[in-house]
Design a protein. Structure first.
Length: 288
């Protein structure tokens, strides 16, 4: 019993650390923008650095085993989906603010529930239907609030935030399909590096300031490579449902950090929308 309790707390610690590492994506990205970087450049370096970390990790742990159709599908998925998720998220952070970008991206679990019904014929019970309705209402309120920068509404920023959540949902389905056949580090190496290659086409490669370089390292290593490693470790001790519930810390902490460091704030309807979106995800993960 003691060993089981210890495993739970070890898993919880890993999962909380992962959520906290993801939560700083918005604030750290804004440092890059303040240093003159464009969203495509931030997205490129994030994928390139973290992808190389995963590649080295995979090579040290046995190499890349994907071949044939699996390898092609992973490369194409990385080039199309992963690049689109990361780029749209960075544009949303720049145009509408880190807080709204993370909240809109966090609609992904609701999209997963929707597509699971279509692709896998998974039943939508009353809890799921309630969660989907909460997510839609919450997202509408967040969008109507105009963002968290307190400036003129950026429809590009809101649209990119919604796009990041929609496309991110497919990653849950894709990685679930391959997770039992390939290691975590191999999956991310083979998808992140093609994404970096595509994003390089839109990158200006201007010299980086010291602050921008430091922010990029934190964003790539801590908020991407290390965070996914921590999350993978947490799943050794926790069920996916427990991990998903703890993952709800991410948008809450991210929103508070953007408010604290960058003075980002929502109107009343914006905060109400945030609560509904987070509540919908929590309801989805608690349904079991």
């Amino acid at each position: 019993m003691l060993m089981k309790d210890r495993g739970f707390w070890v898993g919880t610690a890993y999962c909380v650390l992962a959520a906290l590492a993801w939560a700083i994506i918005g604030p750290i990205s804004r440092i890059c923008f303040a240093e003159g970087m464009e969203p495509a450049s931030v997205a490129f370096w994030r994928m390139a650095i973290s992808g190389l970390c995963f590649l080295v990790h995979a090579l040290l742990r046995g190499g890349i085993h994907a071949r044939g159709r699996d390898l092609v599908s992973m490369v194409l998925f990385g080039a199309v989906n992963v690049s689109l998720v990361i780029l749209s998220l960075q544009i949303s952070i720049q145009k509408s603010g880190g807080a709204i970008a993370i909240i809109l991206m966090f609609t992904a679990p609701a999209w997963v529930a929707f597509f699971s019904r279509i692709l896998f014929h998974e039943a939508i019970n009353s809890a799921k239907m309630t969660a989907l309705l909460l997510a839609m209402v919450g997202t509408s309120l967040v969008c109507l609030s105009g963002g968290s920068l307190g400036e003129e509404v950026s429809y590009v920023g809101i649209g990119c935030g919604l796009l990041s959540g929609f496309t991110y949902a497919f990653q849950f389905l894709f990685f679930t399909w391959y997770k039992d056949r390939y290691s975590t580090q191999e999956l991310f190496a083979v998808t992140f590096l093609p994404a970096a290659l595509v994003l390089s086409l839109f990158t200006d490669f201007q010299p980086l300031t010291l602050h921008a370089a430091g922010a990029l390292l934190v964003l790539s290593v801590v908020s991407t490579y290390v965070s996914y490693f921590w999350y993978g470790q947490s799943l050794r001790y926790l069920s996916p449902v427990q991990a998903a519930i703890l993952g709800n810390l991410e948008p809450v902490v991210s929103t508070l950090l953007c408010w604290w460091f960058w003075n980002e704030n929502f109107s009343f309807i914006g905060w109400a929308g945030c609560a509904l979106v987070i509540g919908s995800v929590l309801l989805l993960t608690l349904k079991k």
